[in-house]
Design a protein. Structure first.
Length: 329
């Protein structure tokens, strides 16, 4: 589908900072201080997540079959059209600007860096530390020199590190990669920033991408809103969607920027997804809900919506789904 004639782009403030289409809560002030206090003081229990058995040798050799492997959080290896595509790769031990402090990885890496096949394309949804990791990016560039597809305003971060194979997209813009992959940036309801001074200076987005006759949707990081109905109007049906289900409590603070499982099910329906996979849970402790809770809440939400569980899956860290498990043709 060519959406170039429908392109609207992301709105900006008078100061040149990007905005959401529908909701722009400040997500700070006293509510942020209360959240940070609760994260420090409220007791929590570290769950035990097992890594699924997978086959890095097969993944490295595979250039024909569609497959999806969950590395953890929002990081997936997607194989389609002979390409190896990574989403928001964070393979460091911490989601943080430094590796001696910050949210530590709770679950095992689904794939170690040396187990990744040669990477062709990397999709980056925004610049938060749990989605854009400098150490992982540097290692990918040194080994594979992939193409990076990023939202508007984020290419400067890469160029400052000597990385020039970067393509920026505004909402609804598209690009073609290696003649086998078409990527569209689509709206998400979130925000950006890595420091105290760069909030919303670069854009955030999801991606719809088409390869091997299949249409995929990577929602990135987002709250719920009318954007998803518009994505559905332009792209439905979508064969496989990767939709966040975690990092949602306390609800009054997180609602504007992170969906809960019930809202994830709404996104599944809004975009016309044939099959969805839950992400953004069980990897880093970023919010107050128990880390193992999102799949339980998702199960209840699917039951309430009358959706078969196999149509909205939860993967084990490291698990690979091949075309039969994805329902791909």
């Amino acid at each position: 589908m060519d959406v170039s004639t429908l392109k609207t782009g992301a709105p900006k403030t008078a100061e040149g900072r990007f905005r959401n289409n529908y909701r722009n809560d400040p997500h700070g002030g006293t509510s942020l201080l209360a959240f940070l206090r609760d994260m420090r003081t409220k007791p929590w229990q570290k769950p035990v997540f097992q890594r699924a058995e997978n086959d890095p040798v097969w993944l490295t050799a595979n250039r024909k079959e569609i497959s999806i492997t969950w590395i953890g959080h929002a990081s997936f290896l997607i194989q389609a059209a002979g390409l190896n595509i990574l989403t928001d790769p964070v393979l460091s031990k911490r989601s943080s600007p430094v590796q001696w402090a910050g949210p530590a990885r709770i679950a095992p890496l689904g794939l170690e860096f040396d187990e990744l096949p040669p990477v062709d394309v990397v999709l980056i949804s925004h610049n938060h530390y749990d989605h854009l990791d400098a150490n992982t990016v540097r290692k990918l560039v040194r080994r594979d020199a992939p193409e990076f597809i990023v939202p508007l305003g984020l290419a400067d971060w890469f160029r400052q590190r000597g990385i020039n194979e970067v393509r920026e997209l505004d909402w609804w813009q598209s690009d073609h990669v290696f003649d086998a992959l078409t990527v569209y940036a689509v709206p998400a309801q979130h925000f950006s920033g890595r420091t105290a001074s760069d909030r919303n200076r670069s854009l955030w987005c999801g991606f719809v991408f088409e390869a091997a006759g299949q249409r995929f949707y990577f929602a990135g990081d987002t709250g719920y809103g009318p954007d998803f109905e518009e994505i559905g109007r332009r792209f439905s049906p979508i064969d496989v969607s990767l939709i966040p289900i975690g990092a949602y409590l306390p609800r009054e603070f997180m609602r504007a920027v992170h969906v809960n499982p019930e809202e994830a099910v709404k996104i599944h329906l809004d975009v016309g997804s044939r099959r969805s996979i839950g992400m953004h849970w069980g990897t880093f402790r970023l919010t107050l809900e128990p880390l193992e809770e999102p799949p339980q809440k998702l199960k209840s939400a699917l039951l309430a919506a009358g959706i078969e569980p196999q149509n909205f899956l939860v993967m084990q860290h490291g698990q690979t789904l091949r075309k039969e498990g994805l329902g791909a043709s």
